[in-house]
Design a protein around this ligand. Structure first.
Ligand code: SF4
Length: 716
């Protein structure tokens, strides 16, 4: 038996794991008590990973779909057929006819993303669509505008702040910062204030000093009320604005909506808005942050900007207790520039900017369905399930059906893979080596841990980097789109073969990271090997981000003109007599991760489908009891889903978790075995996208609700 230390790869917290392995079987599995950030903690999803080797939905062999029938196929045949098809499409329609979507199934695997991205660019295509564009690209857009770099991402200094103001975020369930539960409890214990703005009384809102139950989609106006009180009462930090900000005078002179005017839009009492403003601006140190609930609402980018700027006008940027910037162990801006180049690109559909090396995934369906001669005709989907997570699932499915070739690379047979021509079985995070470097804003200081391959993948499943390496070689393009690097590794592999030491000389994650960290890293590969529980690679140097801003003025561009110009035109979404409720989707669950982990019994026995939260007074008015079926309609479609009657949600609001509605297919037999839950994206649309980024709107969608006379979608 051998013990291996690694980290969980399900979410960005990357909690430490200790795994005992014997004969490629897990014999013991627990949180790593010596992990410096998570100290043995694993949530229900992390603990369920012990079941992954026996997951009944696991893909174990490459498969080709012919008509409605799946056939097992060898890797050699699968890769040859895919390479031939891609070559044909490129020679007839050009490189941009090939697209790639990179999903959230593998969030901590940096090498997988780099290989997928490099493969597409080596083909000559820039049609990359990543999951960040469904969830977070407004954040990177705002960072670039305010601080000059996309990857200069702020986070709250949880250890020192006196006041944490959170919009649309439920970290007690999303858990995507290591040690977040302990940090929030510690904040409360040392007398810090926690304010949560959310239409739902979430698990985090329950522990808050103040829960502001805002009407969905109106946070932009609530923020204006907060700003109004701060500006009016001269609570801005004028010295900070003068010393570090360009555009600070805008906020000193701004006359935004008053708390009383904001009340009529947000449904939050003016006194409460004043209380938030005074608590925040009156605290010695404070941070305001927002997450998905804001990002995926109407005006997501404008709202994100006002949240971020709230920190600047109160002097809470890059100082203890305010916003913190973790530079990480690799310079992500430099890596991104090396991969993507400096060329400014805009999507053909919608002319949205290229952010984090990607066009917005929301326009992918239109990029396939357009009549343009170089429309997308081939799509590779890596670790994602667009059929369930993209807005307007129906249109997306029409688009997928129009593709000449759809390839899915995934650990399990998901909804998109069922529509694919080829389903390629991938290794999960326990079955491959890797290094997580891509989201340093989830760690409080530069930190790295080698993610050890603790066991072999089952049957013929493979790590994604091997799939892209082999496809690249078949198509005679350089791996990672780096000719010199590809040449050096080919030479090295040749030497390795000659002297009988292939692993030490081949292209693989160990050798690649050895080289990359040696050239650009703050830690060396050997140090990672010597520190299996992870390694702190330096402290936060307060003030260093302010000294190294990359904006034109070298100061925080606190009031970018394009945002100011849009502010006056922003209006709140309104309900209508036909659609009198507001739908929010995307709430997190302790037992699911988007569309993943749906075959793990310990999780599915706790949650086997989704439901619609409805306020008890709304339910009474509709004569609906808890557990009965609701029919919910938007302009886009209608679904039926079980009601969960609660007092925790604001009246007039319906909340449905996303990522559900998948047909369960046992990959080996291909036999269907029911549907898990209801796909809420049958209700969402691509008609209204965020103006700046093209991000979808998943929240504050007008809808109608009635008691259904037919069963829920999953029970048909
Ligand atoms: S919080 Fe995230 S990383 Fe930690 S165990 Fe849970 S799923 Fe894994």
């Amino acid at each position: 038996m051998v013990r291996r230390y690694t980290h969980c790869g399900i979410c960005l917290a990357a909690c430490g794991m200790a795994v005992d392995i014997e004969d490629n079987r897990i014999v013991a599995f627990q949180g790593d008590a010596e992990h410096p950030l998570t100290q043995g903690f694993l949530c229900a999803k992390g603990l369920a990973c012990v079941e992954m080797p026996t997951d009944p939905l696991r893909l174990r062999f490459p498969r080709e779909r012919v008509g409605d029938t799946w056939h097992r196929i060898t890797w050699a045949d699968a890769l040859e057929k895919i390479a031939t098809r891609l070559d044909e499409i490129i020679s007839r329609h050009g490189s941009h006819a090939v697209g790639l979507y990179y999903g959230a199934g593998n969030p901590t695997s940096s090498i997988n993303y780099m290989m997928a991205d490099g493969f597409l660019r080596a083909l000559g295509s820039d049609r990359m669509y990543n999951v960040l564009t469904l969830e977070f690209t407004n954040r990177y857009y705002v960072m670039e505008k305010m601080y000059g770099r996309q990857f200069c991402v702020s986070q709250p200094d949880l250890e020192h702040t006196e006041c944490l103001l959170m919009f649309g975020s439920n970290p007690m369930v999303s858990l995507d910062h290591p040690g977040i539960i302990a940090s929030l409890k510690h904040l409360k214990k040392r007398g810090g204030k926690l304010i949560v703005v959310d239409p739902r009384r979430t698990e985090t809102a329950r522990m808050a000093d103040l829960h502001v139950q805002v009407t969905p989609g109106t946070d932009l106006f609530l923020l204006q009320g907060i700003y109004s009180h701060i500006i009016e009462n001269k609570m801005c930090d004028a010295d900070f604005l003068q010393a570090h900000c360009d555009g600070g005078e805008f906020f000193l002179r701004w006359k935004p909506m008053t708390p009383a005017a904001a009340e009529s839009i947000c449904g939050v009492a003016a006194e409460t808005i004043v209380r938030v403003a005074e608590t925040f601006a009156g605290a010695k140190t404070a941070c305001a942050v927002c997450k998905l609930g804001i990002n995926t609402s109407h005006h997501g980018t404008l709202t994100y900007w006002l949240v971020e700027a709230l920190n600047a006008i109160t002097g809470n940027v890059d100082r203890p207790g305010g916003l913190l910037f973790n530079p990480g162990v690799l310079d992500l801006d430099m890596l991104s520039r090396m991969a993507v180049g400096r060329k400014k690109r805009r999507s053909r559909v919608g002319a949205y900017p290229y952010i984090t090396g990607s066009y917005p995934a929301s326009v992918l369906a239109d990029e396939i369905l357009t009549d343009s001669p170089d429309r997308i005709r081939a799509l590779i989907v890596d670790a994602g399930d667009p059929s369930l997570v993209f807005p307007d699932s129906k249109r997306l499915d029409e688009a997928l059906a129009r593709l000449d070739i759809l390839v899915s690379i995934d650990v399990c047979m998901n909804e998109t893979a069922q529509r694919a021509h080829f389903a390629l079985p991938a290794a999960n995070f326990l079955e491959k080596d890797d290094l997580y470097v891509t989201f340093p804003d989830h760690f409080p200081y530069p930190f790295a841990q080698w993610s050890h391959k603790v066991m072999e993948p089952p049957d013929e499943a493979r790590a994604e980097w091997e799939i892209f390496r082999d496809l690249s070689r078949r198509m005679r393009i350089p791996i990672l789109n780096q000719r010199m690097l590809d040449f050096l590794f080919r030479m090295s592999e040749h030497v390795g073969r000659l002297i009988g030491k292939r692993a030490g000389y081949s292209f693989n994650p160990r050798n690649y990271y050895k080289m990359l960290l040696g050239l650009l890293g703050k830690v060396k590969f050997q140090e990672l090997m010597e520190n299996p529980h992870g390694l702190k690679a330096g402290d936060i140097t307060w003030g260093s981000t302010l000294r190294r801003l990359s904006t034109r003025s070298r100061r925080i561009e606190v009031a970018p003109r394009e945002f100011i110009e849009r502010l006056d035109r922003a209006c709140a979404v309104s309900t209508t007599p036909e659609f009198p409720y507001l739908l929010i989707s995307g709430e997190r669950s302790p037992y699911t991760k988007n569309t993943n982990l749906r075959g793990l019994k310990s999780l599915t026995t706790r949650q086997s489908g989704n439901f619609a939260r409805i306020n008890s007074e709304d339910a009474a008015a509709l004569a609906v009891q808890d557990g009965e079926i609701l029919e919910i309609s938007t302009q886009r479609g209608t679904v039926r889903v079980r009601a969960r009657v609660t007092d925790d949600i604001r009246q007039g609001v319906i909340s449905i978790g996303h990522g559900w509605g998948r047909k369960i297919i046992e990959p080996e037999s291909g036999s269907p075995d029911g549907i898990q839950g209801t796909n809420v994206n049958l209700l969402t649309d691509t008609g209204t996208l965020d103006t700046f980024t093209g991000m979808p709107v998943y929240n504050a969608i007008p809808c109608s609700v009635r008691k259904a006379d037919r069963p829920a979608m999953s029970e048909l």
